[in-house]
Design a binder for this molecule. Structure first.
Ligand code: HEC
Length: 200
């Protein structure tokens, strides 16, 4: 009986030590180590500054590491932030085209279709307004930067894809769209001599 009383009396004390239990008191730390530090947590007030805010606003023009993006054509597809650049800044290689094909088929073909005629599956099912065909004269004539810019910022009813598709991948898609456009207009001369006659 005595034993039971002892256990019952220390039980609440033990439960009180349970971490995660809401309590207004500071936690008891037998070995405080670095638990309590002289520092400001995010959003904490600090009387040191006139506005009383512990978090300081960075000086204007501050750029986070890795976000300088000095090469504005590469990051926007536009010259002077207005005109689409004529030629992609990324040289077209077979690896770039393959990557572009893969990304295009994932991110663009549901609406634009695998050949870029604007009759993707979503459009066929009436779930999205039909996009223009990439083989329209107007889109044959626009600069490479136009495609990059449309993917980056979206256009009218098309949402932006900058959050899903990386910058280098967007340029790879541009290269692949150019290949699609060429393929729609290909003649026998575009086929390597040894393969001519095998293609219908
Ligand atoms: C959810 C469907 C959808 C997806 C996915 C989509 N688009 Fe579009 N896209 C559209 C629609 C709709 C339009 C027509 C927008 C309008 O004129 O209102 C369009 C228009 C365009 C145009 C023509 C812009 C112009 O000058 O008229 C380009 C270029 C384009 N999209 C590129 C892309 C690329 C590249 C991707 C893949 C990264 C992509 N789109 C993914 C729906 C989509």
């Amino acid at each position: 009986m005595k034993r039971l009383l002892v256990i019952l009396s220390i039980l609440p004390a033990l439960i009180g030590c349970y971490q995660g239990q809401p309590s207004p008191d500071p936690p008891v730390h037998l070995n405080p180590s670095m638990f309590n530090q002289q520092k400001l947590n995010p959003q904490s007030p600090d009387p040191l500054f006139a506005d009383g805010a512990g978090m300081r606003t960075p000086p204007s023009g501050t750029v986070a590491r890795g976000f300088l993006r000095e090469d504005s054509i590469y990051y926007t597809g536009l010259v002077h932030d207005t005109t689409p650049v004529e030629m992609s800044p990324v040289p077209t290689t077979l690896a770039v085209l393959k990557r572009g094909q893969e990304r295009f088929n994932i991110y663009c073909s549901p609406c634009h279709s695998r050949i870029g005629d604007g009759k993707g599956m979503i459009v066929q099912r009436g779930l999205n307004p039909p996009p223009p065909s990439f083989h329209d004269d107007r889109l044959l004539r626009v600069g490479d930067g136009h495609f990059f810019h449309v993917m980056t910022e979206g256009i009218r009813t098309m949402p932006p894809y900058k959050y899903q598709v990386r910058v280098d991948d967007r340029w790879a898609i541009v290269a692949y769209i150019r290949a699609l456009q060429r393929s729609e207009r290909a003649t026998e001369k575009d086929v390597p001599i040894e393969l001519r006659g095998t293609v219908k």
